[in-house]
Design a protein around this ligand. Structure first.
Ligand SMILES: Cc1cc2nc3c(=O)[nH]c(=O)nc-3n(C[C@H](O)[C@H](O)[C@H](O)COP(=O)(O)O)c2cc1C
Length: 178
């Protein structure tokens, strides 16, 4: 069986984005597991607000999504929903691109709830793509205190990320072996 390709979506395009810090920790941990990690940073795509004008970036975004067997979305909560950058990027996709892929969620906020309201929005929306939501999710709360610029972070997130990565990869393997 071919090695699982795990796409890690970085869902904030904000200057000085905080969620890049937990995303980098997650990526490093994933790179030590039996999978090939593909980083899908929404900042690199520069997708305009979806209007069916089919920009060049759309092709690359869709090709990169198709190349992944599973995805983990790391995204901040803005105004009680997932970041508009991530929601916009999802508007470019149809069922075909996400069908039967396992999707894990890591929400991020500088508040106490860690973006769980943003997770709720994605949990309501993602089934329209016929993907498989990993039941385990991670909410990174107080991100600016939990993840520092020098790479130091609250080690409780190590086990949370490990459990999420294992759950996403194990579920993907089970589906691939069917
Ligand atoms: C437009 C905007 C809306 C926000 N809304 C929320 C919110 O609803 N809930 C929350 O906990 N934090 C909210 N925040 C604070 C973010 O959690 C915080 O800025 C976090 O660092 C965002 O991640 P980022 O830095 O990767 O963009 C908001 C921030 C912005 C810029």
């Amino acid at each position: 069986m071919s090695q699982t390709v795990l796409g890690i979506i970085i869902g904030s395009v904000r200057k000085n984005r905080e969620s890049i810090k937990p995303a980098k920790v997650l990526i490093k941990m994933a790179e030590n597991l039996d999978c090939r990690v593909k980083i899908l940073d929404l900042l690199d795509y520069g997708l305009p607000v979806y209007d069916e004008s089919h920009p060049e970036a759309e092709k690359r975004w869709i090709q990169d999504i198709l190349a992944c067997d599973a995805l983990i979305m790391v995204f901040p909560e803005y105004n009680h929903v997932a970041s508009p950058a991530l929601l916009n990027a999802l508007d470019y996709l149809r069922e075909y691109e996400l069908r039967d892929k396992v999707v894990g969620l890591v929400s991020v906020s500088d508040g106490n709830f860690g973006g769980v309201r943003g997770q709720a929005v994605l949990k309501a929306s993602l089934p329209t793509f016929e993907c498989i939501l990993c039941p385990l999710t991670v909410a990174v709360r107080l991100v600016d205190k939990a993840f520092l610029g020098d790479g130091a972070y609250d080690k409780k997130y190590e086990s949370k990320f490990r459990n999420l990565l294992n759950a996403v990869l194990n579920l993907t393997l089970k589906l691939k072996s069917k």
